[in-house]
Ligand binder design. Structure first.
Ligand code: MBD
Ligand code: FE
Length: 259
């Protein structure tokens, strides 16, 4: 970043914070509480959470636009490459309704993209992310896969129920102090990439989720909402080798040519 860019953006940010302080006649006690709070956000390692919840959506809108949304704080590189038929790594007794997500990766002009990479991650049914929270084993519900010669993929996982941010730290403290909830709709995260295309970071949500219209991270877009079909007949379960009722849905990802 150039000196001019830093001075322009940071200067504007500082002015706007000073304006808010003046407008609301912030007291010394409030100022000191705020400074102490910001220090604790850092000590708790919650800066990625804090910034992604409050600000990433604006950066994302400016830089990705339609079909994308925020990455959030819990992406981990080096997730395992999966083998077909794709199943996200999970515990034998993984909680949650089984989900089979199928779909296609296409260019924005509509051509299917064979060999596109989907790097996928999600929380478990208790809102824990592997490699972040203690409970799930490493790389649980994280994996990489590719599209076939028709640009298609299919992966089995679980439907993540609606989600709350990690609790017990400064983020929860602030949301409670403001009387705001800490929920996001249930979601699946993806980075979709292919040679010659700009990688797409996005998330998929589920129709009917109670937090679609009030995501604490402001990251829901209508084109990212999946419709689930339930399959609960013995015939359907047999055909898919499933031992309990499951859901299916599909989605089309669109990548912009690089450049
Ligand atoms: C998440 O899981 C998430 O996806 C976002 C955007 C913010 C906090 C936690
Ligand atoms: Fe998430």
């Amino acid at each position: 970043m150039t000196t001019e860019r830093v001075a322009t953006v940071v200067g504007d940010l500082v002015n706007r914070i000073n304006d808010a302080i003046a407008k609301h006649e912030v007291t010394y006690d409030e100022y000191r509480a705020a400074v102490n709070y910001l220090i604790r956000v850092g000590e708790a390692g919650e800066w990625p959470l804090f910034t992604d919840v409050f600000f990433e959506h604006t950066v994302e809108q400016l830089n990705q636009g339609e079909g994308g949304t925020i990455m959030g704080p819990y992406y981990v590189p080096d997730a395992p490459w999966l083998e077909r038929p794709y199943v996200l790594p999970m515990r034998e007794d993984e909680k949650g309704d089984p989900l089979i997500l199928s779909g296609t990766v296409r260019s924005t002009s509509g051509d299917p993209i064979p060999g596109a990479v989907l790097d996928m991650w999600q929380a478990d049914a208790d809102t824990n992310y592997s490699n972040i929270q203690q409970e799930p084993p490493p790389f649980n519900l994280r994996g990489k896969m590719t599209t076939d010669e028709n640009g298609e993929f299919e992966v089995r996982t679980i439907v993540p129920p609606y989600y709350h941010l990690p609790r017990g730290g400064p983020m929860e403290e602030l949301l409670k102090a403001a009387g705001w909830h800490d929920f996001r709709p249930g979601h699946l995260h993806f980075i979709v990439s292919a040679d010659g295309y700009t990688p797409l970071t996005t998330q998929l949500y589920f129709e009917g989720d109670r937090y679609l219209d009030s995501d604490v991270a402001s990251a829901v877009k209508p084109e990212l909402i999946l419709t689930l079909r339930e399959h609960d007949s013995p015939e359907e379960m047999d055909a898919r080798g499933m031992t309990k009722p499951f859901f299916t849905t599909s989605h089309e990802f669109r990548l912009k040519p690089a450049g």
